[in-house]
Design a protein around this ligand. Structure first.
Ligand SMILES: [Zn+2]
Length: 187
């Protein structure tokens, strides 16, 4: 690696800047993949990180953050807790076209809010999944987000989904001074 500091216009000096937990001390060198920087992490460890990884947010720590990410205690060996698998199922049916339920979720535009793409935030907002309950959206057309979600028993969930969907088809007309409600068949 070349050690001298470049002067070109395209060179972005990152020294003195902070990216996540990393503080950039000085340039380390350059190779085909770009410039590398000497950094010090908030945890005290030193790290050498590629400039583009810093500026696009890919690397935010010496690695100590990556280690923390899985320390939510919801993966025991290869077995996920019920809460973790509920979260995983939600992410999958909204974002993986090959998943069996994608048709009824992701394909219909139902999304998981950005905050909940991180399991820890989901856990913080929703708490542990209570036994026998499932994740329900109050508005079945709405997204997975804190204001629209709750844990309910299966019966309540079914009633909520059917109730909301049925409302779309219920029509009413006045007949001899009385209202007549009827359900219109889907065309
Ligand atoms: Zn660190």
């Amino acid at each position: 690696m070349k050690k001298n500091r470049p002067k070109g216009l395209r060179f972005k000096d990152l020294a003195g800047r902070k990216f996540g937990k990393l503080f950039v001390i000085d340039i380390f060198g350059k190779n085909k993949r770009g410039y590398y920087w000497k950094c010090i992490c908030d945890c005290g460890k030193k790290a050498v990180v590629r400039g583009t990884s810093l500026s696009n947010g890919l690397t935010k720590s010496c690695g100590c953050l990556v280690g923390k990410k899985i320390k939510h205690g919801h993966m025991i060996g290869h077995k996920a807790t019920k809460t973790y698998s509920t979260w995983g199922g939600m992410i999958t049916r909204c974002s993986t076209p090959s998943s069996s339920n994608f048709r009824s979720y992701g394909a219909k535009g139902i999304k998981v809010c950005d905050r909940w793409k991180d399991f820890r935030n989901f856990l913080k907002d929703m708490g542990e999944k209570p036994i026998g309950m499932s994740l329900d959206r109050k508005n079945p057309y709405g997204n997975y987000e804190p204001s629209n979600c709750r844990w309910v028993d299966a019966k309540t969930q079914r009633r909520n989904q059917l109730g909301q969907l049925a409302l779309d088809f219920i029509k009413a007309k006045k007949l001899d001074g009385k209202f007549l409600a009827f359900i219109e068949e889907e065309k």
